[in-house]
Write a protein that binds this ligand. Structure first.
Ligand code: D41
Length: 251
């Protein structure tokens, strides 16, 4: 299943337009909608990966690459402590999970301190550190870097019924042992999206990971399917970026 990319909105006006576009498209298809329910989740500044489980066992993990073909990073992914290698007996026969690999702020700070002490190059930001760590040729090197994983979706499921909403899919993933971001919230309409955007922005500095924005997703899978996608971006989801963080330094 290809890994889609996300369109962006950059303002409240564009956010409103997204909600209007979604409602109008559904109305044109004869689906009456008053206020839409969306899931809002932090957009981690990490690397998107796809994980394939057969009979509850992780058999393959890949980076996104061009969306069709990525890099096989299975051995390196196996070293991530929070990423389940084996699922409980309740898990489906086939499961493909999408999520984000990232480095927490404190693990990044520690890595750079260690790099300095060893006289090795430091990393510019947690994303670069995570990317460099996941692409190591020797998984023993990856194991020494503390990477984290959060699941954000189910791409394929066999041997069980697909949940009806994104929120339920995340709950199901949690029950199968995947780490899910605890800041995901369901909201109503454009006003709800804007409120959640601002609320998560206020928490941004106190969160243990770096966010580059939030992602809005139509919660109902039946509606997602009606909306479909345009070349490589789903019509039912969009990313809303936060302004880049600025800091002062002595040169
Ligand atoms: O946290 C993220 N970076 C994130 C990325 C997320 N929370 N949700 C995402 N959802 C999708 C869709 C809606 C296409 C399944 C994503 C991404 N995609 C994504 N990451 C990289 C490219 C696309």
């Amino acid at each position: 299943v290809p890994m889609l990319s996300l369109n962006n909105v950059f303002s409240q006006t564009e956010l409103d337009a997204f909600d209007v576009r979604v409602s109008t498209l559904l109305q044109k298809q004869g689906i009456a909608v008053s206020t839409l329910t969306y899931c809002v989740e932090p957009k981690f500044d990490g690397l998107a990966v796809s994980l394939l489980y057969q009979n509850g066992v992780l058999v393959q993990g890949a980076t996104r690459g061009d969306g069709q073909r990525g890099e096989d990073v299975t051995e390196n992914l196996r070293t991530i402590r929070s990423l389940p290698l084996r699922l409980p007996p309740t898990a489906p026969t086939l499961l493909e999970v999408r999520g984000e690999v990232l480095m927490l702020k404190h693990d990044f700070a520690r890595l750079n301190t260690e790099q300095l002490a060893r006289g090795q190059k430091t990393f510019i930001n947690p994303r670069n550190a995570a990317a460099g760590s996941l692409r190591q040729l020797d998984s023993k090197m990856t194991a020494q870097r503390r990477l984290s994983f959060f699941a954000y979706g189910i791409a394929r499921l066999e041997g069980d019924t697909m949940p009806e909403t994104h929120e339920q899919a995340l709950q199901q993933l949690r029950q199968w042992g995947f780490p899910i971001c605890e800041h995901v919230q369901c909201v109503q309409g454009a006003a709800g999206l804007w409120q959640a955007y601002q609320q998560i922005e206020q928490q941004r500095d106190s969160l243990p990971y770096e966010l580059d924005g939030v992602v809005y997703k139509v919660n109902d899978f039946a509606l997602q399917q009606q909306l479909g996608f345009r070349t490589r971006e789903p019509r039912w989801a969009v990313a809303h970026k936060y302004p880049a963080q600025e800091a002062l330094t002595v040169v």
